[in-house]
Ligand binder design. Structure first.
Ligand code: PEP
Ligand code: MG
Length: 892
């Protein structure tokens, strides 16, 4: 009775709260304003104060926020339930006048997976104002949520807006707090904010349309950033029906890479991908398959650090010319450099804000977009096909590909068109449309996405230059230039005479920005996130960069310049010498033979490995054959690939790892069951045993490779002898069936502490061991290798990891088995004495690292390695181990 009175409606019965929920709404459909009642009691607060940048920044739309006193959420108006989030914390309602609202209970409540929320309604239900929708348990939710605030957001803000918003303060349940009215009635709507719904309304197909809905977990350690968003948008554009991607009550049109990024999805987040009909199933599957594929984390990305890529305001006062100044930032690409400073100041582009002829402006924008697209496509073509690109060209092509998808983004174009229609010039409209999204990305509080704002700035500038009929002037650089800038756009980087660039120092940006990736791929030392002082440095001053330590020294003493120059020369000469000697065998000074082999992930890698002197392949990550497709490769296809790689290695030993699917390497078509902790669930060999036919097919393909005996089989994620024995039985059965007379060598990866600790037991039955330090570190330190927040601490030099390697080596030796290391640790020259001292006799590294690893091994004496490795086991942490090594082998 009380509730019905508060909501001003006649109760259907005295027990209205329990029985009204799905009753028909009162009144006929309305096209005018609708009053919105407070869905619960509490305190109305300004939405800008909500502790979440997406809501506070109105990225999803305008709305109201209530800090709740109650625990039952009621319908704020008559309407239909158009969407229920599976986490039960968010609900979409459509009012009779067509307004769509998203009601969201609490911040960061998606992670509760519905725990503490009880629904009273089903999707599609008609509800009357005041009907209870959800009961929630504050005691369960509060400890896990960032805030309990309840938000009501208008998601089709392009047509409907909030009017007569009540002042912040206490509000009773059912009291009117605002009205929802058509936008053209609103007096103060900004054309831009009204025109840019970066998330689409929760549109639902009519009941008779079969919705295709899948869940995908993001595997990219850096979340749904620009490049994956671009790929998803490309898939969605191929679908004949609309596809939406939702996360935590937010929804994006999958055709829009920008709106996908604004979802702010992180590694491990579950996205719901939906197509409005069966015709979209193929595209949805392609998206799900793609999202489940990790990027090559760890090997080619700089370590993540918590640094924002926000642009830095220029402080006009220059630092005195000639005065020594030291600056510190974050390593983006390691290495040392000496040179002279040159500041790169991006010229502001001037244009009129308004224009008289909207049709001409729209045509001009379209033409500029076409021309920019053609220019980028030409740049990609100049980089050659995939085979020719090599490492750095590949990165650049990927980044340019992401830029192409921004240019095709329907939301950016639609937003600019609307501004043009309201009398703005094409340059103004395009700039404003892109600026809005740059602000949204920077406001998400996500470092990686904030860095992607630079990519938007890049296409913004390219299109503006086209519109203004201008071309970016090519900078004339002196030899050994150290560029100083606020940030560097990828397109600016592409235009530089790179052989004259000694180093890069940026006030803003971050270690995972595209410019950081490009600099690292070109071997140009770069320090980023230095802060505003970088921009006060004058041109033409001497500078030293020690990017590995993130140090920049302006006007250093001349003897420092001399000593760094000497160090650079020595290092270059050493590298050249190492490359020249890369083909030779490798022994320590006292004659102990160490095999240096390569980690491969493709046939192209095999070529690089040979060029760098690899003595074989210590780890072929066979996942390369299984990712980015919709079904597993058959036996023949696998056989052809393995044979081609073995042939390319000219008879050198080739260790093929069986499929390592699961956790950080998702192969969607295997349909692994959703595990609470994928890294501790079905992965590696456990997945193969769960789907033995995939294992059998792969084993047969490997057994067919000629000459027999060149290939060995390596099993990932072995934790128990029982698992090993089961797989060994499968391998033996296939060998006998194929008529191979002698057994193939089978080894296990030491990636799990149990395998290291019981290596002695394994050693009786396995042929060899290979330590996967990437996973061994993850499991020894209980730190998720996908979690960028832990990247700095995920240290393979940690004595706990080293002790496990020592145990494994000792166990292997008991039965005369050899042990190698194929994790990233083997790619660091400084780790060579440590691993060899622990008893490792094979180092499997990235192809490019091989010459330096071989050179390092040739400098070592076994007794020194053993003594230092033993001492390292007793140190406190990885840092202490590294300094011990640096003291003994400063030249490595
Ligand atoms: C490892 O874990 O160290 C390893 C080599 O395997 P991956 O990195 O492919 O998991
Ligand atoms: Mg591994």
């Amino acid at each position: 009775m009380f509730l019905s009175r508060m909501f001003g409606r006649k109760p259907a019965a005295e027990t209205a709260e329990a029985t009204v929920p799905t009753g028909a709404p009162t009144g006929a459909p309305v096209s005018g304003p609708v009053d919105v009642a407070a869905p619960l009691a509490g305190r109305l607060i300004d939405i800008g104060e909500v502790p979440d940048p997406v809501f506070a920044g109105r990225v999803l739309g305008d709305g109201i926020a209530i800090d709740p006193d109650g625990a039952v959420l009621h319908a704020p108006f008559d309407g239909r339930v158009t969407g229920l989030h599976e986490g039960r914390h968010a609900i979409n309602l459509r009012a009779a006048n067509g307004t769509e609202v998203l009601i969201h209970i609490g911040i960061d409540t998606v992670g509760l997976h519905g725990h503490g929320f009880h629904l009273h309604v089903a999707e599609g239900a008609q509800v009357g104002r005041g009907a209870p929708l959800v009961t929630f348990e504050p005691d369960v939710i509060r400890p896990k949520a960032r805030s309990m605030v309840v938000l009501m957001i208008v998601t089709n803000g392009e047509s409907w807006s909030l009017r007569d918003l009540r002042e912040p303060g206490p509000v009773g349940i059912g009291e009117i707090c605002c009205r929802l009215a058509p936008v053209d009635e609103a007096t103060d709507a900004s054309p831009l904010s009204a025109s840019l719904p970066m998330t689409v309304p929760a549109t639902r197909a009519p009941a008779e349309t079969a919705i295709v809905r899948r869940i995908a977990e993001i595997r990219d350690p850096f979340g749904l950033h620009a490049r994956p968003a671009g790929v998803v948008a490309d898939h969605a554009k191929k679908s004949p029906v609309p596809i939406t991607v939702s996360l935590g009550g937010r929804q994006a049109d999958a055709r829009s890479a920008v709106s996908l990024m604004v979802l702010g999805a992180h590694c491990g987040d579950l996205l719901t991908i939906e197509a409005q009909g069966q015709d979209g199933a193929a595209a949805v599957d392609a998206i799900v398959a793609f999202l489940g594929t990790p990027t090559a984390a760890g090997e080619d990305r700089p370590a993540a650090e918590e640094h924002q890529a926000a642009p830095v305001a220029v402080n006009a006062s220059p630092l005195p010319f000639g005065e020594p100044v030291s600056l510190r930032g974050v390593t983006a690409a390691p290495g040392q450099a000496v040179g002279h400073t040159l500041r790169l100041v991006r010229e502001d582009l001037a244009f009129a804000a308004t224009a008289a002829d909207p049709a001409a402006e729209t045509a001009a924008l379209e033409q500029a977009l076409v021309a920019t697209r053609a220019r980028i496509a030409a740049l990609i073509a100049e980089l050659g096909d995939e085979g020719e690109r090599g490492r750095h060209g590949g990165k650049q092509a990927e980044i340019l590909g992401a830029h192409l998808s921004f240019l095709d983004d329907p939301f950016l174009k639609a937003a600019a068109d609307r501004l043009i229609a309201s009398g703005k010039s094409a340059p103004f409209a395009w700039k404003a449309a892109v600026d809005e999204q740059i602000t949204a990305l920077r406001g998400l509080g996500n470092r990686v996405l904030a860095e992607r704002a630079t990519d938007l700035e890049d296409i913004q500038r390219r299109v503006l230059l086209q519109l203004l009929g201008r071309t970016e002037e090519r900078l004339r650089l002196g030899d050994r230039t150290v560029l100083i800038a606020d940030d560097l756009l990828p397109s600016q980087f592409a235009e530089l005479e790179l052989d004259r660039v000694a180093g890069i120092c940026l006030a803003a940006s971050g270690p995972t920005s595209h410019v950081a990736i490009l600099a690292a791929s070109r071997g140009i030392p770069a320090v980023v996130a230095i802060g505003p002082d970088a921009l006060r440095v004058q041109d033409g001053q001497a500078v030293i960069i020690d990017a590995g330590k993130a140090d920049v020294w302006i006007n250093p003493p001349s003897d420092s310049i001399t000593s760094v120059e000497r160090a650079i020369t020595v290092r270059r000469a050493r590298l050249a010498e190492a490359r020249a000697a890369a083909g030779a065998d490798c022994r320590t000074t006292d004659g102990v033979r160490i095999e240096v082999v390569a980690n491969l992930g493709s046939l192209a890698d095999a070529g690089r490995a040979m060029a760098n002197g690899a003595e074989g392949c210590g780890l072929l990550r066979s996942e390369f054959l299984f990712l980015d497709r919709t079904e597993a490769p058959d036996e023949d296809e696998q056989y052809r690939e393995y044979q081609a790689i073995t042939t390319a290695l000219e008879g050198r030993p080739t260790i093929i790892r069986t499929l390592d699917a699961g956790a950080d390497k998702d192969v969607p078509y295997i349909h692994l069951p959703a595990d609470e902790n994928p890294a501790l669930g079905l992965r590696g060999i456990r997945t193969s045993l769960w789907q033995p036919e995939i294992l059998r097919t792969q084993v047969r393909a490997i057994l067919r490779v000629e000459p027999f005996g060149t290939c060995r089989i390596l099993l990932p994620m072995i934790a128990t002898l029982a698992d090993f024995r089961t797989v060994k039985t499968v391998i033996e059965a296939e060998r006998i069936a194929l008529g191979r007379e002698t057994p193939i060598e089978v080894g296990v990866m030491v990636e799990v502490p149990s395998a290291a600790l019981t290596a002695k037991r394994f050693a009786r039955e396995v042929d060899f061991f290979s330590v996967g330090t990437n996973d061994l570190t993850q499991y020894a330190l209980a730190m998720d290798r996908c979690n960028p927040r832990l990247a700095q601490q995920l240290d393979p030099f940690h004595p706990a990891v080293l002790r496990l390697i020592a145990d494994a080596a000792e166990g292997a030796a008991t039965h005369g088995r050899w042990i190698g290391v194929c994790g990233n640790l083997a790619s660091y020259p400084i780790a060579a004495p440590l691993l060899i001292g622990l008893g490792v006799t094979e180092l499997s590294a990235g192809p490019e690292a091989i010459p330096e690893i071989k050179a390092a091994v040739r400098k070592l004496i076994m007794p020194d390695c053993i003594a230092v490795a033993k001492a390292a086991l007793d140190l406190d942490d990885g840092e202490a181990v590294r300094s011990l090594l640096a003291t003994h082998w400063p030249e490595l």
